[in-house]
Design a protein around this ligand. Sequence first.
Ligand SMILES: Nc1ncnc2c1ncn2[C@@H]1O[C@H](COP(=O)(O)OP(=O)(O)OP(=O)(O)O)[C@@H](O)[C@H]1O
Ligand SMILES: [Mg+2]
Length: 261
Amino acid sequence: MEIAQRIDAEKGREKLQQELLQSQKMEVVGRLAGGIAHDFNNILVAISGYAEFLMKTMPDGAPAKDDLNEIVRETERGALLTRQLSTVARNQPLQLKVLSVNTAAEDACKMLKRLIGVNMHLQTNLEPALDSVKCDQGQISQVIMNLVINARDAMPDGGKIIIETANEEVTASPEGMPLPPPPGHYVTLKVTDTGTGMPSETAAHIFEPFFTTKPEGKGTGLGLSTVYGIVHQVHGGIGLETAPGKGTAFKIYLPRTLERA
Ligand SMILES: Nc1ncnc2c1ncn2[C@@H]1O[C@H](COP(=O)(O)OP(=O)(O)OP(=O)(O)O)[C@@H](O)[C@H]1O
Ligand SMILES: [Mg+2]
């Protein structure tokens, strides 16, 4: 074998090894999670229901109202986490539908405005003639929520988050992306923040299950591995631009469909 060929083969093997490791980790998470996610979600629904009920019985300006609001917000975080676990565990049947990423982004924004702080500006820049995708609506909103919540967490002193959509054609599979999209037509969803950014040592690990730089109790490290799993499943792609102090941009490529809703 030529040396160049041998190096190629070696690289291929390394890549396979890494993929295998990733899928083994995912399987462990899946088995762990599948059983508890559903029951746990029911508990969260009850907690937030009681908290909202209590909130209604209180006069405006009552100091406990803020605390109750926090309880509701935290249960929303918990609910997102259980959805994440169910996705990783793949115990939710996929409902593939022809849908608009713009609508998904607008819907997610409404919910996210409540979750992000007042010192943060959430802006959308949506392509009006956007092609459709054939995906599971719940999964698309999970992708958006994860990216936006990560952006929020990267901006402790506030900043700007931009959500953009576009039609894009990929001709040659691009190099250096965390998940390069195969050549084809795509709807892209880009989430940009003006936060801390990441050094390349960190960026190299962010899609691994349980990789987190957040303090205990703040992050589980499942967000981006969920995003990766979802996008991989639909044969899409992920691009990443980041540098310390320069903010971060994630770009998700979802294959377009010419089917009509
Ligand atoms: N927009 C971003 N800016 C800076 N760092 C980021 C950004 N998005 C992700 N990261 C880094 O990637 C890590 C992994 O992200 P991921 O969403 O998988 O887990 P997490 O946010 O830590 O926890 P979880 O999403 O499960 O609550 C984060 O801990 C953070 O270090
Ligand atoms: Mg996250």
